[in-house]
Write a protein that binds this ligand. Structure first.
Ligand SMILES: NC(=O)c1ccc[n+]([C@@H]2O[C@H](COP(=O)([O-])OP(=O)(O)OC[C@H]3O[C@@H](n4cnc5c(N)ncnc54)[C@H](O)[C@@H]3O)[C@@H](O)[C@H]2O)c1
Length: 353
């Protein structure tokens, strides 16, 4: 099986990055499109040359001419669509977060085991060329034992509204939406240690700031600012069984001077920074060295190549029968961390896992 026939479920904002990447992959054919919104599904199908459109994902999954699906829907549907797709014998690329709860994550894990099909989670930052490059340094022991990481994704104005702001459909706010990216990135590069304790806070002070003028921001395809039941911001200290720790803060709304992204990891032989720009820090002959790796983009997330790498990896894993770089087990562990952050914040105390 070298030509993989793809169905894309959910054709809102992020689906375009999947569709563009599939259309560039010589082993992938975009065969079917599904969205609750029929017009949106038809427009996308026409643009990308898909021969079939559906509004019910079960009908797409019953189609024997589909080998694999990308799930780009609201977070509350990730688990149920993934499980149905696996049971229908399809391989799955599911957008982050894997789901909303640990129980859902365990159900998806069970479905992966039972079906023998492949499930890859869309932790796209793992596929950023700069991260691939820095991981090579980490794997070669350049930084020694990575024992501390600090990550931050601050949006002063960035609540995408619609389902993102509805806790029932999203599972949470900036933590589960954008925090998941940077927590996963640090955890993955630190060698995926087992989580031990979490101490966290969430705040709902500013709301979605939809009254703000003169500044634009990322919005759900069906933007609606009238409902907002998610946190504005979250911070957490995550401690692991091996003694390592991650300090993180994330926001949709905050009186910050500007949006800020920062991902920094520290080891006993050296450190490195991914955001706001890549850097390697070490010492030699009693001198501290700040090293600037020379790459195509030294600052910021390289979205286009990262999504292309993610999709190429998914197709390669299917063709070669290999396990993906971001398997379901990583989603289960990440849901434990994210849910423990919400639990700790709700209880106002540290959570032991
Ligand atoms: N990897 C990234 O960097 C990244 C960035 C943005 C969003 N995302 C993730 O992608 C997913 C979608 O986000 P978005 O920004 O595209 O949202 P969106 O609201 O723009 O689009 C979601 C689409 O899914 C459709 N949909 C919802 N439930 C459906 C169902 N049961 N069957 C068929 N269609 C359904 C909606 O009609 C809508 O068109 C989310 O899980 C989000 O976390 C990932």
């Amino acid at each position: 099986m070298s030509q993989i026939r793809i169905g894309v479920i959910g054709t809102g904002s992020i689906s375009e990055t999947h569709l563009n990447a599939y259309s560039q992959n010589p082993n992938a054919t975009i065969s079917a499109i599904c969205d609750l919104n029929e017009d949106r599904a038809r427009q996308v199908a026409t643009k990308y040359g898909a021969s079939k459109t559906y509004t019910d994902y079960n009908a797409l999954l019953a189609d024997p001419d589909i080998d694999a699906v990308s799930i780009c829907t609201w977070n509350n549907t990730h688990a149920s669509i993934s499980i149905a797709a696996l049971k229908a014998g399809k391989h799955v690329l599911v957008e982050k977060p894997l789901c909303r709860t640990v129980a859902e994550a365990l159900e998806v894990q069970e479905a992966v085991r039972e079906s023998g099909k492949l499930l890859q989670i869309g932790y796209v930052r793992r596929f950023d060329p700069n991260v691939v490059m820095l991981r090579e340094f980490a794997d070669q022991g350049e930084f020694g034992d990575l024992y501390y990481a600090k990550a931050s994704t601050i949006r002063r104005l960035g609540n995408p509204g619609g389902w993102f702001a509805d806790v029932e459909r999203s599972g949470g706010g900036p933590l589960i939406d954008i925090g998941v990216h940077v927590i996963d990135l640090c955890w993955y590069l630190m060698g995926r240690p087992k989580v031990k304790t979490v101490s966290a806070n969430t705040y709902k002070k500013l709301g979605n700031r939809s009254h703000i003028e003169h500044l634009s921001f990322y919005k759900a395809a069906d933007y609606d600012a009238s409902k907002n039941t998610v946190e504005d911001m979250a911070n957490a200290l995550i401690r692991f069984e091996n003694g390592a720790s991650i300090l993180v803060d994330v926001s949709y709304s905050l009186h910050a001077k500007q949006d800020e992204g920062s991902v920094k990891l520290y080891g006993d032989k050296g450190g490195f920074e991914i955001d706001p720009e890549i850097a390697i820090v070490t010492e030699k002959y009693n001198t501290i060295l700040n090293i600037q790796p020379q790459t195509n983009s030294e600052a910021g997330f390289q979205g286009e190549p990262a999504f292309q790498n993610e999709i190429n990896h998914f197709i390669d894993c299917i063709v070669k029968g290999e396990q993906p770089l971001s398997p379901v087990e990583d989603g289960v562990e990440m849901m434990k961390i994210l849910c423990a952050i919400y639990e700790s914040a709700a209880k106002g105390e540290e959570v032991h896992l």
